[in-house]
Design a protein around this ligand. Structure first.
Ligand SMILES: Nc1ncnc2c1ncn2[C@@H]1O[C@H](COP(=O)(O)OP(=O)(O)OP(=O)(O)O)[C@@H](O)[C@H]1O
Length: 235
């Protein structure tokens, strides 16, 4: 099947070495790698933020030239930064993701993410995890073809980690391609595909079992499995 997203010669100066990448409908992909390895740079270059090189198309539409009103249907992006500058109400924040107002969609997401009671609260007065859920709801609102999410599971308690992973699986089953970055390697078996980055290079691309049990994981992360825990890799 033809991929939903096709990126060619994607790059971001010294932060990300040139790479080609495609993402298929119905798939959940995790980008992993040590701090500073290029996960955020990969996601931002795919979303065409920070003046990246190369080209990205979604459903054959070049992201650099789609009209702004078309973009929400193609791409949902969750940045790593969760700070809110404006005291915008949670309900309005979620609605910001939509090209057309849709009160029903906003209400459904507020309920699904248990934000109903916070709907009228300014988003800068939420806890970090509540704000993460509100920002994720904004990204999900237009049901974009591709979701690019920078550490959507950080700051979430276990209930919300499991719930959000299920929501993202539902989005994939409805036809989306989902790519997110994460640090918790114990969650990898939930994914269809794993991209492993190291020093701005894509060093592995494959199913989770292959990456988790492959030789480059310990070299990349400088840790190795020791029962259910990680320990520093032996020299
Ligand atoms: N705005 C920037 N300008 C220049 N270099 C940057 C910028 N942001 C990040 N970098 C550098 O680019 C490299 C990749 O950073 P990036 O944020 O993509 O890594 P990451 O894998 O997302 O890291 P983390 O796990 O710490 O969030 C790092 O060497 C970082 O210092």
């Amino acid at each position: 099947m033809k991929p939903l997203l096709v990126a060619t010669s994607l790059s971001m100066g010294e932060r990300l070495a040139p790479l080609d990448l495609s993402l298929s409908a119905g798939t959940l992909t995790a980008a992993i790698g040590p701090n500073g390895s290029g996960k955020t740079s990969l996601l931002r270059s795919l979303a065409r933020i920070d003046r990246p090189g190369g080209a990205v198309s979604i459903m054959d539409e070049d992201l650099d030239s789609v009209p702004p009103a078309r973009r929400p249907a193609l791409l949902g992006f969750l940045p790593a930064a969760r700070e809110m500058i404006w005291p915008i109400a949670v309900r309005d924040l979620v609605g910001l993701g939509l090209a057309q107002p849709d009160e029903r969609r906003v209400a459904d997401l507020l309920r699904e993410l248990e934000l109903d009671e916070l709907a009228d609260r300014p988003a800068d007065r939420l806890s970090t995890g509540e704000r993460a859920r509100a920002l994720l709801a904004r990204a999900l609102a237009p049901r974009p073809a591709v979701l690019l999410l920078d550490e959507p599971l950080s700051n979430l308690d276990p209930y919300w980690v499991v719930t959000i992973l299920q929501l993202l699986r539902d989005a994939a089953e409805a036809g989306a391609a989902v790519l997110l970055s994460l640090h918790d390697l114990h969650l990898l078996d939930t994914f269809d595909r794993v991209l492993m980055l190291n020093a701005g290079q894509l060093v592995e691309d494959g199913p989770p079992k292959q990456i988790l049990h492959g030789p480059s994981l310990a070299d990349t992360f400088r840790v190795e499995a020791s029962g259910p825990r990680w320990r520093l890799r032996r020299a």
